[in-house]
Design a protein around this ligand. Structure first.
Ligand SMILES: *Cc1c(COP(=O)(O)O)cnc(C)c1O
Length: 344
């Protein structure tokens, strides 16, 4: 690892370890879509329990969890989802809420990705108004990806979910990095997820598995979710090979997320001391560091030339994401290179 570049492009860049591969190879498998894959069933049950919901559904990706979650809540044709403007479904899912639901997206301008109950109220449409779309659901991202890996507090979640309930709206939790939030806040993931109708976690991000995500909800919603999984080709066969990697990640890769958060914080502190990069270390709560530079393309190319890979994050911004394939030594190398570039 130390010979190659330090890859901070994303926590999706992690490679399955030898031990994870051995677990995958030994997995007990069956036909998943006939409900006969024991390893997949074990994973679904385990994530449902972890997030405090009745049932779980193994899906190939987080994007499919959002697609199906939104499809469960939005009635096709003119319903509206309320969510942050910089959230994943708005920017990075190929327009899926529009394509699969004919939905409107009511976007809240919240740079950290965290919005308030008041924001939701301000975004509501007048009920019964035939001119307006129908406000139907809210979606919360924990942690906020383009918001810089910020953690919604329990109080902030309770507030927006409370407003959704008051107005007969559904609530969906995009928990791509929910386990990062739980570790950072030293909180139970089930408490974060409890108030939502649907929630999910991704295994191919910081948890370091090659593929997989699990969507949870009530028995009834997950039963209905199966229809959409089948419809869009998400039903699998011997998926226990993949589910085994996710179980391995739950067993071995959760507690260690604290090290990634420490690495991210150290990077932010080093950059904060330079004239060429702007970031407030106090805002770095998990494994994502978004910092401002004068010319991201130039900065990213210069970093790459010196063996550190980082990515763009919109106008004037660069994103670095720490993960389990970047150890202390590699991280120090990355910090030294990025801070030096930001010095001048
Ligand atoms: C990555 C990500 C997704 C999509 O997950 P994939 O497994 O890449 O499809 C959704 N939401 C957020 C916040 C993400 O970071």
């Amino acid at each position: 690892m130390n010979a190659g570049p330090v890859n901070l492009m994303s926590d999706t860049q992690t490679l399955p370890s030898e031990a994870m591969r051995a677990t995958m190879a030994a997995a007990e498998v069956g036909d998943e879509q006939k409900l006969a894959d024991p390893t997949t069933i074990e994973l679904q049950d385990r994530v449902a329990a972890l997030l405090g919901h009745e049932a779980g559904l193994f899906l190939p990706s987080g994007t499919m969890c959002n697609l199906i979650g939104f499809r469960l809540h939005l009635r096709p044709g003119g319903d509206e989802a309320i969510l942050a403007a910089n959230s994943h479904p708005v920017g990075f899912e190929g327009g899926s809420p529009a394509a699969f639901n004919g939905a409107m997206l009511r976007q809240i301008d919240a740079p950290t990705g965290i919005f308030s109950g008041e924001d939701v109220v301000a975004s509501l449409r007048e009920p019964g108004n035939r001119y307006a779309p129908r406000s139907r659901m809210i979606s919360v991202e924990q942690t906020t990806n383009m918001g810089g890996g910020r953690v919604w507090s329990q109080a902030a979640i309770d507030e927006v979910v409370g407003v959704a309930r008051e107005h007969q709206m559904r609530a969906h939790l995009d928990g791509a990095r929910l386990m990062n939030a739980a570790v950072a806040a030293e909180a139970e993931p089930a408490l974060f997820a409890a108030g939502f109708d649907t929630a999910w976690i991704d295994f191919s991000k910081a948890l370091g598995a090659p593929v997989g995500a699990v969507l949870v909800g009530s028995e009834a919603l997950i039963h209905e979710a199966w229809r959409f999984k089948q419809m869009i080709g998400g039903a699998m066969r011997q998926s226990g090979i993949l589910a085994a990697a996710c179980l391995f990640a739950l067993d071995h890769h959760v507690g260690r997320l604290a090290a990634d958060h420490d690495h991210a914080r150290r990077l932010a502190e080093a950059l904060a001391d330079t004239p060429g990069a702007a970031v407030d270390p106090a805002t770095v709560e998990t494994n994502i560091v978004i910092f401002e530079v004068e010319d991201p393309a130039v900065f990213i190319a210069a970093a790459e030339a010196r063996g550190v890979l980082v990515g763009p994050a919109g106008a004037g911004r660069v994103r670095a994401v720490t993960h389990l394939d970047v150890d202390d030594v590699a991280m120090q190398r990355a910090i030294d290179v990025l801070a030096e570039l930001a010095q001048g």
